[in-house]
Design a protein around this ligand. Structure first.
Ligand code: MG
Length: 158
């Protein structure tokens, strides 16, 4: 068994769609980023890569590389899982925290869990929790969204 931790934060800006866990969430602002800015999938991918002892997404998908511009972050999670599997690991469990003042996570939680399970494509436990920053700092002011993920991987036999 291996455990990995992932973290990400992106700035919320006008004129971008908001993607969380691969789900397009109706909201007046979206996350700024070289890719689609999906903090949830970025943190999840880093947790998986970390557990497998692989390079992080900053190394695998450098934001200096034009080909990753506006990249669908589902591809990042898919690639993390593919590399983990190549390294001999499968995902058992993914626990995710989304930290934001708005939007509220509870109404979209099920959709996010289902979206991530669909990307994984094999039975793994996925859990999502929403947290506010209690008005503190940039996240508290609604200027950013952060996500933390913990992944548990199991070594594949043979
Ligand atoms: Mg990111």
């Amino acid at each position: 068994m291996r455990i990995g931790l992932g973290y990400d934060v992106h700035k919320l800006v006008e004129g971008r769609p908001l993607y969380l866990g691969g789900v397009k969430i109706p909201y007046p602002k979206g996350l700024l980023g070289h890719s689609d800015g999906d903090v949830v999938l970025h943190a999840a991918a880093d947790a998986i890569l970390g557990a497998a002892g692989l390079p992080d997404i900053g190394e695998l998908f450098p934001d200096t590389d034009f080909k990753y511009r506006n990249l669908d972050s589902k591809k990042i999670l898919e690639e993390a899982l593919r590399l983990a599997s190549k390294a001999g690991f499968s995902l058992l469990s993914l626990d995710i925290v989304i930290i934001c003042e708005e939007p509220k996570i509870i109404p979209v939680k099920r959709q996010i869990v289902d979206s991530i399970k669909k990307i994984i494509g094999y039975p793994a436990h996925v859990n999502v929790k929403g947290k506010t920053a209690e008005g503190l700092g940039e996240i508290g002011k609604g200027e950013a969204i952060a996500s933390i993920s913990v992944a548990l991987l199991e070594e594949i036999d043979g």
